[in-house]
Structures are given as C-alpha cells and as structure tokens.
Design a protein around this ligand. Structure first.
Ligand SMILES: Nc1ncnc2c1ncn2[C@@H]1O[C@H](COP(=O)(O)OP(=O)(O)OP(=O)(O)O)[C@@H](O)[C@H]1O
Length: 283
C-alpha cells in the first residue's frame, strides 16, 4: 500500500495488493483525428503563482525547437493563455469537431475564452461542468499531430484537476510554486496526487524566486528565502528552474507577446522534454 493511500480505491490508479474495489477507468479517448505524443500537465497549489506563464513559455520554447506544440487551457475559470499570445479570433468547428486557434508562431491553442462571445464574460460554472468542458477539449478538438501538449491545469489539487488527470492521459507533471507559499505542503499534496494517478512529476519550477535590481545587479528575495531545494530533495524531485520577477515578462503577457520570450531559464526543462520524446522516458 502506498504511503499516500486515502482508502479510496475508486479514485486511485495504483495496482496494489490491498485494492478493495475494481479500478474504474475514467479515461477519455482523444479525438480520432488527433494524435498527441507527450502531454505535460502544469499545476500549482493556488492561483496567481505563474502557472499560465510557465505553460506559455514552455510551449514557446518547444515550438521554437521545431516540435508541433499545443496548449490545452484547462484553467476554465481564469483562462489567460489567449491573452498572453495576443489571440483575438475565435475557435471554429465543423461536424467533426472544434479546431484550435494557431498563435503567430504556430502553437495550437484551445481555451474557453476562444469560445465565449466576450472574453470578459465570467465563467460561473460548477465543478462537473468545468471538468466536462476540459474533457471536451480533449475529445472534441481536432488537434492534428502534436508532439507536445501542455495543459494549463486549474489551480489547486481539488476535484477539477483530479477529474482532468483521470480523463486525460498525462505523461508528466510540472509543479509551479512561489517562495511565499506554503511550498512544503503544496508540493506534498502534488506528490500525493501524482502518486495516486501514477503520473511522474518531471520537477518543480519556482517562480518569482528573486528580483535582480537593474541599478546595482544584486538579487533580492522579495517573497523570502527559497526552500525549494530542501523540499525537492525530500521528495526526490528535480528543481527545473528558478524564475526571477521580471517586469518585462508581465508586460509581454499583457501585450500578447509572450512568443518574443528570449531568456534561457528553461533550457534544462527543454532538454528533459526533448529527450523524453526521442524515446527516453520522462523520469
Ligand atoms: N516571474 C514573473 N515576473 C513578472 N510577472 C510575472 C511573473 N510570473 C507571473 N507574472 C505575472 O503574474 C500574473 C499571474 O501569472 P499567471 O497568470 O501565469 O498565474 P497563474 O498561476 O496561472 O494564475 P491563475 O491560476 O489564477 O490562472 C500575470 O500577470 C503574469 O504576467
């Protein structure tokens, strides 16, 4: 029995000897006109820590490396991906399904904001409807041949992310944290959820880790000292990147120009992901 066992066999995908109930398969089938090689879920313990930013930058980098890249924006109540990419158009469909909208550099994106008449309309839906929408982004969208799909998950480790993980075949998870959070607790929850789902955690990204003063070049830890290395070691996880607070980044998101991102913050993640798709399994 796993250390994280919550005695609820129906929501657990582990094959353990003490299983009391049959494993229920909640997985949904991808649209028959789509094929997706690797699906990476980007999660966070709470909203506003930069999950959408990390999802967007990862997609930009992998797309730049020549991989056909897609973003499934599962953050249905706070969809910020289309804005970061400056997408104004709406998604269209035909009798076979919905088509994602292409960004300026060719990243395929589906988000609830591409379906709403006004992107300022709030999405005041209950959990099952939200989870159902995300499932439809998997089953009803014609994604074509995708190398990497990044999923901007709903914040937290509650009902909606759980349903999404049960329905979509996710290959690996990246956890985004910020220094001021109760990082230890959040990472533990994410690790337990990943264990229950049998999905490997690729590693941790600490966002808003420090700020480099442009006047004196010194680094300031605005949100306090980082403990990410100790926490990563405790759970035997990798720290993939520590991102600074950079006003250029928020400006790029606000102006819809995240595709102009040109820092090397994610080089190690890009290497892990590209090795994963070349046949070496994501560890
Ligand atoms: N390192 C950073 N430097 C500057 N601004 C940042 C940084 N990270 C995130 N931001 C800004 O903070 C805001 C929140 O980021 P983002 O939308 O990525 O968070 P989130 O975790 O996805 O939030 P939610 O879960 O509510 O959607 C955005 O305006 C983003 O541009």
């Amino acid at each position: 029995m796993s250390e994280s066992c919550n005695q609820n066999c129906s929501s657990c995908s582990e094959d353990c000897e003490e299983r009391k109930e049959q494993k229920i398969d909640f997985s949904e089938k991808l649209n028959q006109m789509s094929s997706v090689k690797k699906v990476i879920g980007v999660i966070s313990g709470k909203g506003g820590v930069g999950k959408s930013l990390v999802t967007s930058i990862l997609a930009v980098i992998m797309n730049r490396m020549g991989y056909h890249t897609a973003i499934l924006d599962a953050d249905v109540t706070g969809p910020s991906i289309p804005k970061a990419f400056g997408i104004k158009g709406k998604a269209e469909g035909n009798e076979f399904g919905l088509f994602p909208v292409k960004s300026k550099t060719g990243i395929d994106i589906m988000s609830v904001n591409l379906l709403l008449e006004n992107d300022t309309d709030p999405v005041v839906w209950r959990g099952p409807i939200i989870a159902g929408t995300v499932k439809q982004f998997w089953t009803d969208v014609i994604w074509g041949d995708v190398d990497f799909m990044f999923i901007d998950m709903p914040p937290g480790t509650g009902d909606v992310p759980l349903t999404v993980f049960q329905s979509i075949a996710v290959d690996g998870i990246i956890v985004v944290t910020s220094p001021q959070e109760l990082v230890s607790m959040i990472v533990s929850k994410a690790v337990k959820m990943a264990e229950m789902m049998n999905i490997p955690i690729i590693g941790l990204v600490e966002n808003m880790s420090y700020f480099t003063c442009p006047d004196n070049g010194k680094d300031y830890h605005i949100f306090g000292d980082s403990h990410i290395e100790e926490i990563a070691e405790k759970h035997r996880l990798k720290v993939l990147a520590k991102l600074p607070i950079d006003p250029k980044i928020s400006a790029a998101c606000d102006k819809g120009m995240i595709e102009l991102f040109d820092e090397n913050w994610f080089d190690s993640v890009a290497k892990i992901l590209s090795e994963g798709i070349e046949g070496k399994e994501i560890e």
